[in-house]
Ligand binder design. Sequence first.
Ligand SMILES: *Cc1c(COP(=O)(O)O)cnc(C)c1O
Length: 523
Amino acid sequence: MDPDGREQEPAGRQDRGSAAETPLGTRAHRVLAELADLRRDDLPTRGGTTTAYVFDSGLGEVDAVALRAYELLAHVNGLDPTQFPSVARIENDLVAIVAGQLGGDDATVGTVTSGGTESCLLAVLGARELWRRRRSTGNPRIVVPATAHAAFFKAAHLFGLKVQTVPVDPDTLRADPEQMAAAIGPRTALVVVSAPSYAYGVVDPVEPIAAAAARWEVPCHVDACIGGWILPFLDDAPPFAFDIPGVTSVAVDLHKYGYVPKGVSVLLHRSAELRRLHWFTLAGWAGYPLVNPTLQSSRPVGPMASAWAVQKLLGIEDRGPGDGLPGFRSLAVSAHGAARRLAAGIDGTDGSPGIDGLHTVGAVDSTLVAFTDDGGPDDPDVRVVVDELAQRGWYLQVQPSMGTAPRARRVPMTAHASITGAAAGRIDELLAALREAADAARVHGRVEPDARLVEMARTIEPAELSEEQVEGLLRLAGVGDGVPAGLPTRMAPVHALVDAIPAPLAERLLTAVLSRQLTPPPP
Ligand SMILES: *Cc1c(COP(=O)(O)O)cnc(C)c1O
């Protein structure tokens, strides 16, 4: 034990003097204080009031263990598990733990990646390689439901595939098995389903879609990035992973409901043969022969060490009375119950009056809640509701409107909340804030995108815009040039405009906003 009463960390083969033992001088303290101060305007990452981006179990010990584990492996390079066997052990254990809950068998293998996007990218890359091996060179397609995550569009962009987007069922917002099956053909390299989709939190019908993919001998990837560590623990959840024939890969982000810092996702494959397809290996260059299972080469191990430690700390089942720590099953059941209470409180299906003028969209299959407004002139505008919630300390994400079937009405813009362990005990508080926010939004009135701007946007060719013209448009849209990025406190008008203009122009404008944010201010 050191003087602080902490146990000494075991040293690695040659490591001497852990960082934790080194006393810090005043300059170091000053630097760290400055860094802490930089976080002043950030969204809170703990406490459950930020319902996107960050995931908080609500358990201080989970965070403490995750950070200590991160620190222990912080300097290790995951590039070469033969020289750092701890990395192989951590990866194998994580893969076994996740596969064990997802219907994996002896043949199931996996890769620990830096996050959901990298898992999706690798699933698509492997599928493209398989297609090329079996068919020919050229650019195949991935078939995805309209609700698939942006990462699949990014993968297609990076790896030269086409995305074939299939409309979802306009009522349930789940992928439509018949339309998905009809979209599969000789150029299809991969079929994607979500369990659940990020935007609406509904689980796609995996079984019939995986079966249709199997008939074409096309791999089927289940994107369980956000639900993969919730669904296995719910009694009423549908099967979604390897217990379904035809499913060839599944991804689960442990930096979401595994409750650890960013940088860790597990991509599972039904066989080592399928996994090898996304590996990159090179013996013929000037340096060391390399085998890269992921997109990275030198690779941080801190995030996976955190995930390993928290999995071991909590386990799946509660350890019994007096232990004080829940297992992942009860954490999942509690967050799921809380998400359902939130939805019922909005819709008034719990015997309450509900929130007048708002209703949920999509079933609460896991822990995600999406809601919108009823659309009438006297109803609160969901985008204003989100602004009002922010003023009351709750961050929810605004989502665009979305077309479903070709002639069906669009799903209007929605608000999204991912409910975590930390938020589970605060649903009444959130509902109270939501009721107040809806009242305030009703008083504020609905926002309409500037008709002149929308009209003008239709004629603009984004590729031909100069930087100055883009800046001019942003000012017209109410995005000034302050710092950070001149974003107004009330974002509703900006969201309304972005949703009303053609996507390529919106993308150009959003890029300019981020580019501004990422340009150092003049000295
Ligand atoms: C979060 C998420 C992703 C992408 O993950 P990142 O960790 O943000 O890269 C992909 N799919 C779904 C369903 C997600 O929720």
